[in-house]
Design a protein around this ligand. Structure first.
Ligand code: FAD
Length: 538
């Protein structure tokens, strides 16, 4: 079998704005005789990593997502591109090394979305200072040439100068280190655009409902439902990949009704506060909270994200809801370190995500101790399931899965093409004070659209969002609902849930005009958005 591939390595993929059109994607798959090299089920970080790697190597790829891309865990992260300092404390050096290398590569490949963020660990006494300085020096060394900066101890006076809101009674000094910070859903959209530009078919609102098998029980394709048109489809593929995160067991059950449970979901909650709680540039990392967890306070899009928790959850859901005890825990811990204690009424938004951790085998491990490394399971049918891992390592996860596929299927090995692949929107030295900076090289096109079609009017003075962004998201980023726009093409829902509800009617109206929808659609969209977003308000 000969695979022909043409990728511009070390180069920006040509922009082709028609590549992310849902209608055209659906048309492409109407030919049921075509056999794809890869069918990827799930449009979160894991599935997107596989789609990008496989399409970059020249394989034909289709990715199906039952809701919007990243609707589940991949839009609810702490927004860190990091090695995971605490995994180092747990002795997982291999995992940290892999992640810091990936952190460095992503900083190079998507500089418009990944920024170098300084963190300060508040210390309590000499032992703390020594422990964290040594540990973080090792963290830097593991990154080698891809290190983002040297860790070092700073005095109490310097710590108080750099973090003006930290409680002086609670610290003896500080240790500074560096990690990456990003916008998870914006990265996902750009990665999907890159994949589409490389030939992948990526479609949201398509639910895989079953697997196709040959007489020997080998999986040969999938059945799926287009949730918009309510049409049923079947497509054939050589390698089917289950990248459904906390829903992986549902697909494994489609493969074999008595498949074992592989996932132990663990919930993580974040609160978003006004910038006044952390007005400076440094983030705070609290390495040991009362119950041994880590808590971050990170500046993000002009607000502060505070989290997270680690609570075992029985039922997986696309919209997990923060528990009262998780909210209290975050507020209480933050209050201990800040001069002004944040109250419930200060919370602009609360969001919860589920970690798809590998289920423990009854060895009594707590979820925070279960390995975060990714795992690939191979079913007898040939289905490959990838779970675990982190957003930071999505590229390496894709590489590992495609390598494994080539090996098990006896295909010619094509070396990875994504290590230095500049992703859609690539732009260096973006101005973070520009409200449209996260579009990278697309920003000029959006401003052109705004000028040409009279769409420069602002939709919210809080966010600096203009009408052209809504039109852009529909035309070129496959936004289909008001929530897609307010939660994932922009981050209004997470940054200020109440303000985002105020924007919903206008957003619905603009989207309706673009999508050819009627008043009834507008009303339903606004109702749906308000219902979901109530869960983000305390
Ligand atoms: C609270 C929290 C904070 C985190 N913070 C960080 C961080 O700061 N940095 C970091 O690197 N990592 C972080 N992580 C880890 C990272 O977010 C996850 O590892 C990653 O997002 C998991 O992606 P996924 O694609 O495996 O799962 P998901 O994002 O859940 O994607 C799976 C997708 O599959 C879809 N799906 C399910 N069933 C079907 C079906 N039948 N048909 C079609 N589609 C289907 C779902 O709708 C979903 O979109 C964090 C995780 C959590 C929970």
């Amino acid at each position: 079998m000969l695979y022909i591939y043409e990728v511009k390595i070390n180069n920006i993929i040509d922009l082709n704005y028609s590549d992310m059109k849902r209608g055209e994607m659906i048309d492409k798959i109407s030919d049921s005789s075509k056999e794809y090299d890869f069918i990827v089920i799930g449009g979160g970080a894991t599935g997107i990593g596989v789609a990008l790697e496989a399409s970059a190597r020249g394989y034909s790829v289709i990715l199906l997502e039952k809701s919007d891309f990243t609707k589940s865990t991949s839009s609810k992260s702490t927004k860190l591109v990091h090695g995971g300092v605490r995994y180092l404390a747990q002795g997982d050096v291999g995992l940290v090394r892999e992640a810091v290398v990936e952190r460095g590569l992503l900083t190079q490949n998507a500089p418009h979305l990944v920024k170098n963020q300084s963190f300060i660990i508040p210390t309590h006494g000499l032992f703390d200072e020594l422990q964290y300085t040594i540990g973080l020096t090792l963290y830097d060394l593991l990154a080698g040439k891809l290190s983002l900066g040297r860790s070092r101890r700073i005095s109490k006076a310097k710590t108080l100068k750099r973090i003006s809101t930290i409680n002086p009674d609670k610290i003896s000094a500080g240790v500074v280190y560096y990690d990456g910070q990003f916008d998870d859903t914006r990265l996902a959209i750009n990665l999907l655009q890159s994949s589409a530009e490389l030939g992948a078919v990526v479609i949201n609102y398509c639910t895989v409902t079953g697997l196709l098998k040959d007489p020997n029980g080998k999986v040969t394709g999938v059945k799926f439902l287009d949730e918009e048109g309510k049409s049923k489809h079947e497509i054939k593929g050589k390698q089917i990949v289950n990248a459904t995160g906390v829903f992986a067991d549902d697909v494994l059950k489609m493969d074999s009704p008595d498949a074992e449970k592989t996932i132990a979901p663990s919930q993580g909650v974040h609160l978003v506060l006004d910038k006044s709680f952390l007005p400076d540039n440094d983030a705070i990392m609290i390495p040991k909270t009362d119950d041994g967890r880590v808590l971050f306070l990170v500046p993000w899009h002009g607000r502060v994200v505070v989290g997270t928790t680690d609570t075992p959850i029985k039922e997986e859901s696309l919209e997990p809801i923060a528990l009262e005890e998780e909210i209290d825990f975050i507020l209480k811990t933050a209050a201990r370190y800040l001069i002004k204690a944040p109250k419930r009424s200060d919370v602009l938004s609360v969001f919860a995500g589920l970690r798809p951790l590998a289920a423990s085998k009854g060895d009594g491990k707590k979820t925070k101790e279960i390995s975060r490394s990714h795992k690939i399971f191979e079913s007898e049918s040939g289905l490959l399931t990838m779970v675990g891992g982190k957003w930071t390592t999505f590229r390496k996860m894709g590489e590992d899965l495609v390598d494994k596929t080539e090996k098990r299927n006896g295909w010619l090995h094509v070396p990875t093409k994504t290590k230095h692949l500049k992703i859609h929107g690539y732009k260096e030295n973006v101005d973070l004070s520009d409200p449209l900076y996260f579009y990278g090289s697309d920003e000029n096109e959006i401003l052109k659209l705004a000028k040409e079609e009279g769409l420069s009017e602002s939709l919210s003075s809080n966010f600096g969002i203009i009408k052209a962004q809504v039109v852009w998201a529909v035309r070129y980023e496959m936004a289909r609902t008001v929530e897609d726009f307010l939660a994932r093409r922009t981050r209004c829902q997470l940054l200020d849930a109440r303000e985002s509800i105020k924007m919903a009617p206008q957003v619905a109206k603009i989207m309706a005009a673009e999508l050819g929808k009627n008043e009834e659609w507008i009303t339903k969209q606004v109702d749906d958005y308000v219902r979901v977003t109530q869960n983000y308000i305390l």
